[in-house]
Design a binder for this molecule. Structure first.
Ligand code: UDP
Length: 328
């Protein structure tokens, strides 16, 4: 029996696949390669299909013997979600519902869902624990929260068990340097900073230095992609052995400002990384730091690559190496 990794050719999904393979688990990838990379699934069984197409989703369960699903297929750009809400509802909500319905029809009861800190909205208390109110300030967070609610009802009505994992800022790359983050266009802070260090961009724009934080720039909780993936395995074991659904933040519980990240990247890359301060990006809360006690206490999760220098080193190895081969 295999674990289906939906979106397994994307950034988070490909690291998940890598970890499952290292643990000798059987894996099947479902991806439409709209955002994902074929290079990421070389040698891995995959089904090329689109979540929005019910026939595709049904077919993967007919073709392979699957006993759990880890679901990473989603649109995830906050700005885009505020311009084209309909594609976010269609892909993130309707698409996930197609997956859940096909799972139900095939008697598959365990589902790991990538949710987001964006479900919380503007924090009223920091660190943000799982009891924090959920008032998303953008359509992306709203679509993830909508799925979380569907999962609650699928548990109540069908007894399907799920883990809803609310990610903070996934970052870094597999230390081997073979896979990593590669979006087109890129909008995330660390890959953009590293593109400056590679001479592909002239400067990094700092989106606002007038926040109420220690240096005026936004603070985020960066979690290494492999630590994120390891929590998924623990979450799957939890819902399978306890026969209980789970809601859990995934972050390290410590925050770094945009300026601090740039400083660390300067050290790692030995490049001056010029900056330009521009206006705030709409929808950016000043501080997002996870309360991570639940992941540690309930799942026994221990992040290993929590040092932000290590996170950026792994990203640098990827961006200054294989990533540019993939782009060609
Ligand atoms: N950011 C920035 N310049 C950029 C991209 C991002 O200053 O070119 C800031 C952004 O405002 C946020 C942090 O970096 O405070 C992390 O942004 P990213 O897009 O990487 O992740 P997000 O927090 O949106 O999930």
């Amino acid at each position: 029996m295999a674990i289906l990794v939906a979106g397994g050719a994307g950034y988070i999904g490909s690291h998940m696949v890598r970890l499952l393979q290292r643990q000798n688990r059987e894996v099947v990838v479902f991806d439409n390669f709209e955002k994902g990379h074929r290079e990421a699934v070389a040698g891995i069984p995959f089904f090329e299909g689109d979540l929005r197409n019910k026939q595709d989703v049904k077919a993967v369960f007919e073709q392979f013997s699957i006993d759990a699903v880890m679901h990473f297929c989603a649109y995830s750009l906050v700005g885009e979600s505020m311009e084209r809400p309909e594609i976010y509802y269609e892909n993130n909500v309707q698409g996930t519902l197609n997956m859940l319905t096909a799972m139900k029809d095939h008697g598959i009861r365990h589902f790991i869902f990538s949710s987001t800190a964006a479900t919380y909205g503007e924090p009223v208390s920091v660190p943000i624990d799982e009891q924090h109110p959920t008032v998303p300030t953008n359509v992306y967070g709203e679509t993830k929260l909508a799925v979380e609610k569907i999962l609650d009802w699928f548990d109540t009505i069908y007894g399907n068990k799920s883990a809803r994992l609310r990610y903070f800022n996934a970052a870094g790359a597999d230390p081997d340097g073979d896979i990593g983050e590669l979006h087109t266009p890129e909008s995330h802070l660390i890959p953009l900073i590293l593109a400056v260090a590679l001479g592909e961009r002239e400067h990094i724009s700092i989106f606002g230095d007038d926040y109420d934080t220690k240096d005026g720039t936004c603070i985020r909780d960066y979690i290494h992609i492999n630590d994120l993936a390891s929590a998924h395995v623990l979450a799957l074991e939890y819902i399978q052995t306890k026969n209980e659904s789970l809601l859990c933040n995934l972050g390290n519980g410590s925050g770094y400002s945009v300026k601090e990240i740039i400083d660390v990247a300067r050290e790692v890359t030995d490049h001056e990384i010029p900056v330009e301060t521009v206006g705030r990006r709409p929808g950016d809360p000043a501080v997002l730091i996870a309360g991570s006690d639940k992941a540690r206490n309930v799942l026994g999760w221990e992040p290993k690559l929590y040092d932000v220098g290590t996170i950026i080193e792994t990203a640098w190895k990827w961006h200054s190496g294989k990533a540019r081969e993939w782009q060609r």
